[in-house]
Design a protein around this ligand. Structure first.
Ligand SMILES: Nc1ncnc2c1ncn2[C@@H]1O[C@H](COP(=O)(O)OP(=O)(O)OP(=O)(O)O)[C@@H](O)[C@H]1O
Ligand SMILES: [Mg+2]
Length: 257
């Protein structure tokens, strides 16, 4: 399978109060075209740190991030043309401006030409089902609409890779389902590769093609749901084990030493 993202020996050491802390020790994995990969692990495992280094927000201490064959940290400036990042929340937009105007602001930063701008903004707003409210002030939006607007922003310029840190955190069941559908369709219909983090095991069960289990800054397991379940040795006679049960069985191995 064609690799869209490859991470090799990714490491991040934070220096605080003269003590070094290895938040991410040696993370390796890759993502193919149109694949959805979920990064899971305990609080503090290094998921957000990893996503930040792939998305260009945080410079790795060492290691390599390759997106579409390009070494993205190999230049003076991070080359973010192939990647869209969604950290979410209710910040990051100008509340009194419309959804359209907010997207126009970001498309200018994104080097989208004036000629393409209008079409591109409507394209991304349509993908997240917000085109009907393009002319509404963003401050009137619900949390779910904000989250979809974040995804729209990340999709400007048609990146082949989308990174999402806990995309459905704090959303109601219906809205979370809608977000999952948007992401699923992007991957399966448009061939966008997706890396997401989540603590919601049912979400990962329903969405992820592969799972990367991370603990203490290290990858402990990579595989499809069935492989992770097999690894955990959780069995039932009458039904398959769930990811949550398997995760709990593996949890002691995921603790930071
Ligand atoms: N800027 C920073 N300076 C120092 N330590 C940091 C910094 N950012 C993160 N850390 C530490 O690195 C470790 C990994 O943090 P990270 O946010 O990546 O975890 P996470 O897996 O995303 O956790 P959660 O599930 O809670 O979101 C944590 O121990 C955290 O305290
Ligand atoms: Mg995090």
């Amino acid at each position: 399978m064609e690799k869209v993202l490859t991470i090799e020996h990714l490491k991040k050491v934070f220096n605080e109060h003269k003590t070094e802390f290895e938040a991410v020790k040696d993370v390796n994995f890759s993502i193919g075209k149109g694949e959805i990969v979920a990064l899971i692990g305990p609080n503090g495992a290094g998921k957000t740190t990893t996503v930040s280094m792939i998305g260009g927000y945080l410079m790795p201490t060492s290691g390599k991030v390759t997106i579409n064959g390009q070494d993205v940290w190999g230049h003076k400036q991070f080359d973010h043309s192939g990647v869209g990042v969604v950290f979410g929340g209710e910040l990051g937009f100008y509340g009194r401006a419309t959804a359209y105007d907010n997207m126009a602001f970001f498309s200018n930063l994104n080097k989208i030409t004036r000629r393409q701008q209008k079409q591109e903004i409507h394209r991304v707003l349509k993908l997240v089902d917000l085109d009907n409210v393009a002319n509404k002030q963003v401050q009137t939006f619900s949390r779910g609409m904000y989250q979809r607007l974040h995804i729209a922003r990340a999709l400007l310029g048609q990146p082949s890779l989308l990174l999402l840190d806990e995309p459905t955190n704090g959303l109601d069941v219906e809205v979370a389902t809608q977000i999952r559908e948007v992401l699923h369709n992007l991957a399966k219909d448009k061939g966008v590769s997706i890396l997401l983090t989540s603590h919601i095991m049912s979400e990962i069960e329903s969405m992820a093609d592969r799972i990367v289990l991370i603990g203490g800054g290290e990858v402990k397991e990579v595989g499809a749901l069935a492989q992770i379940i097999k690894k955990s040795s959780v069995h039932h006679i009458d039904r398959p084990a769930t990811l949550e049960e398997s995760y709990l069985a593996l949890a002691p191995e995921l603790r930071r030493k």
